[in-house]
Design a protein. Sequence first.
Length: 196
Amino acid sequence: MAENDPRRARSRTVLLEATSAHLDAGTAPSITEITTSAGVSRPTFYQHFGDLAAAYAAAAVERMNGQFALIRVPENSADADEAFLLDTLTQLLSHQLHHRNFYTTVIQTGADAFSESVVAFLANRLATASPFASQLRHDDETARDQATALAAGVVWLIHRWLEETDPRPAPAMARRVLGVITSFFNAAPAPTLTTH
């Protein structure tokens, strides 16, 4: 049972820690730099990650999962008002701004698995723990697609913000993102398409 092997878990942990340390410094490390910092062999790296992008994405997903775990999920939809959503966005954006070197390096290296994970998380939160949850029914494929499309747009907006030379403070960006989300739900219904 290799997946329960504590040595394997330790080697993954040290590889992720080494990758994160380099990314925090704003550098995109090579496999050699990661394995040297972690004190493991190159084959050990490949036991865990197929390539550098996979290692970067895994480090970023692990860091974001730690941040997501700190964010409260409301007990009922009545607690999920716009103030709650603004507070949640501010927490997430403050974290990303604090670790800006890390996230911009991951984004710039094209670690798509990281972006996909964040989009999936945000789409799920919009559909389950936001003031808009009632409009995004789980059993409706169109609603799930809308949540995913909105989340992808928000993630793109956040990526662009992190890459700015002088990004606005996290609370101001949270208000901007909330404005985009709110306007999405306040938009007029799409016209019915007819064929001629």
